[in-house]
Design a binder for this molecule. Structure first.
Ligand code: SF4
Length: 154
């Protein structure tokens, strides 16, 4: 994004992540990235209850299914609201960097928000690049997607 002339602000909301200690740990990793690239950061309060309501009835869905769509929509809505509140012209999501996340689904959901930019960070080897950068910066690597329904069983 920087080489394409964007001036990003990093927004960390992620009330889907459980427990809160895990959210804090991932946020600390984000701060390392922000410092390395000299980027401003905004953190929203962790508030898991409304997120649980948003995925109610979908708890048993497989990863990548309807619960995840509801989760994407929830977080996109959070980012959209913040962008509007702060007068940002555009927003996008780092969700698209993951090879486990379907960018077409993310774009379909994102289209309902007027400021959404369809940036697919998986493209041009983006996922592999993210692995290299996370190693270089010594970032914490998560062991599960985020919510309690995606926690490893052992
Ligand atoms: S598995 Fe990941 S994307 Fe799916 S609902 Fe849980 S946190 Fe959200």
């Amino acid at each position: 994004m920087l080489s394409d002339g964007w001036k990003p602000t990093l927004f960390f909301s992620n009330s889907n992540i459980f427990p809160q200690e895990e959210a804090d740990r991932r946020y600390e990793a984000l701060l390392i990235v922000a410092q390395a690239y000299k980027l401003p950061v905004i953190r929203e309060l962790w508030d898991h209850g409304p997120w649980l309501e948003a995925v109610s009835g979908l708890e048993g869905e497989k990863e990548g299914g309807k619960r995840c769509e509801a989760c994407f929509a929830y977080n996109l809505n959070e980012a959209s609201r913040k962008a509007e509140e702060l007068g940002f012209e555009h927003f996008c999501t780092t969700l698209t960097v993951s090879r486990f996340k379907n960018s077409k689904v993310i774009f379909r959901l994102g289209e309902q928000f007027p400021r959404f930019e369809k940036l697919d960070f998986k493209k041009k080897g983006g996922f592999d690049r993210s692995l290299v950068l996370s190693r270089e910066l010594g970032l914490y690597r998560q062991r599960y997607c985020g919510c309690e329904f995606s926690l490893p069983s052992s």
